[in-house]
Design a protein around this ligand. Structure first.
Ligand SMILES: NC(=O)c1ccc[n+]([C@@H]2O[C@H](COP(=O)([O-])OP(=O)(O)OC[C@H]3O[C@@H](n4cnc5c(N)ncnc54)[C@H](OP(=O)(O)O)[C@@H]3O)[C@@H](O)[C@H]2O)c1
Length: 386
């Protein structure tokens, strides 16, 4: 039986992971859970899964949780960054699933890797901020880093049996649904609301990634993530818009053959694969019906309409701390858009200003990255305020 700790258990990925665990209670045991402040959901999860350790980042929420579960003796509650890192490194866990999202996941993820845990990995922001450091830690500790994000999992699966044959890869083709505004004229994007942007055509996800899908920033972050995850040059990574989201991504080889991974739009399949890799288990989700889908469409991506994509490519090309600036400032501007403080097209405009104001550190250390994360968020906040 595999013992698992989940960072971000109260979010969309976390809940889907617990659904997979619930389906295969004979395969998995939950030993640790962590989240930010959602006391209600975490209490329910504790009552159902009885983990040994849980943590909430917000200390007042952790105190509240301690009161709520006084009748449960087997679960210990911790708070703050130390609490998150304790869950990430707990000796009882052999695999840690990082479903936290955002820069907050960086230190717990590195702590888990350095504690020798295999990682089921979905937090693209961590890879964007610190890909070289994550890869070095994975190598030094000999752990597995298995992607969950649909496109990354698809490429990981297409590379099965050929993981060290980068030279034979002609290109990676990352598919993109195009989001809710694929066919919306650019002029209209200036006035779209958060409600409209949150209506993703194919996937049900947390708010940050759903807005990133609407701006196409999500695809830009994935390009940077893929570069580090698969150790591949940027010039060999392309994006192709595929509105049906049935082909989750592809690998084109030098001999002209292309491998694709197809499936229904249900994250539980990728989550389960990351937990059981290299085995496959049955899972009660609707299966892909190609007779129903019938036609698959592919189209080029519109860089002019979605400037976040060009910003992401610039960040990837320049490298160093520029991807940190992009990712960390994006967390702030997405929140500001959701709070209706800024408009949809202000998102790329503000990000560009923050990136322009940054002096890139070429080969950043972890303290450099943490400082640039703080700087980028503060700078984005101050531009929004003005
Ligand atoms: N959702 C998907 O289908 C999907 C697909 C592909 C990739 N991803 C990636 O998966 C990650 C998570 O996405 P999501 O959609 O699951 O997000 P979400 O629904 O917003 O959940 C985020 C989770 O992280 C926790 N969290 C946030 N900030 C935290 C902090 N400072 N300290 C501790 N915990 C914190 C939240 O806790 P609270 O609930 O207490 O706030 C929640 O449990 C992102 O990197 C996203 O890009 C998601």
């Amino acid at each position: 039986m595999k013992h698992i700790a989940i960072l971000g258990s109260t979010g969309s990925i976390g809940k889907n992971t617990l659904s997979v665990v619930g389906t295969h209670a004979d395969e998995f045991k939950i030993v640790g859970l962590a989240a930010n402040r959602d006391v209600d959901t975490l209490e329910q999860q504790i009552r159902q899964y009885r983990p040994a350790l849980v943590a909430l980042n917000e200390p007042t929420a952790a105190s509240q949780l301690r009161e709520r579960i006084r009748d449960i003796n087997c679960t210990h509650v911790l708070a703050g960054t130390e609490g998150l890192q304790a869950v990430a490194t707990m000796p009882q866990a052999s695999q840690v699933l990082d479903g936290m999202g955002g820069s907050a996941g960086l230190l717990p993820t590195l702590a888990a890797i350095n504690a020798g845990k295999d990682i089921a990995f979905v937090n693209k922001e961590v890879m964007v901020m610190a890909g070289p450091l994550v890869n070095a830690a994975v190598q030094a500790n000999g752990v597995n880093l298995i992607p969950i994000d649909g496109e990354m999992s698809a490429i990981f699966q297409c590379l099965e049996g050929a993981r060290d044959q980068q030279a034979d890869i002609h290109r990676l083709l990352i598919t993109a649904s195009g989001g809710p505004f694929r066919t919306t004229p650019k002029e209209t994007l200036y006035s779209v609301t958060p409600q409209q942007a949150l209506r993703h055509p194919n996937w049900k996800m947390g708010q940050k990634i759903t807005i990133d899908s609407a701006t196409m920033m999500n695809k830009g972050l994935e390009v940077i993530e893929a570069k580090w995850l698969f150790d591949i040059e940027l010039s060999k990574i392309d994006i192709v818009v595929h509105p049906e989201s049935i082909v989750h991504s592809m690998v084109e080889w030098t001999d002209g053959s292309t491998l694709a991974q197809l499936g229904p739009t249900d994250m539980r399949i990728m989550i389960q694969y990351a937990l059981t890799y290299p085995r496959r288990l049955s899972i009660p989700v609707p299966r892909l019906d190609l007779m129903e889908a019938r036609t698959l469409h592919f189209e080029p991506v519109d860089f002019e309409k979605f400037p976040c994509l060009s910003l992401a490519y610039t960040a990837a090309e320049v490298g160093g701390t520029l991807p940190v600036v992009l990712s960390s400032a994006d967390e702030v501007v997405v929140e500001a858009f959701l709070d209706t403080c800024i408009g949809f097209m202000d998102i790329p405009a503000i990000l560009e200003r923050v990136m322009d104001a940054h002096e890139v550190i070429t080969d950043p250390t972890l303290p450099d990255i943490l400082e640039v994360d703080r700087w980028a968020k503060a700078t984005a906040h101050s531009i929004i305020k003005k």
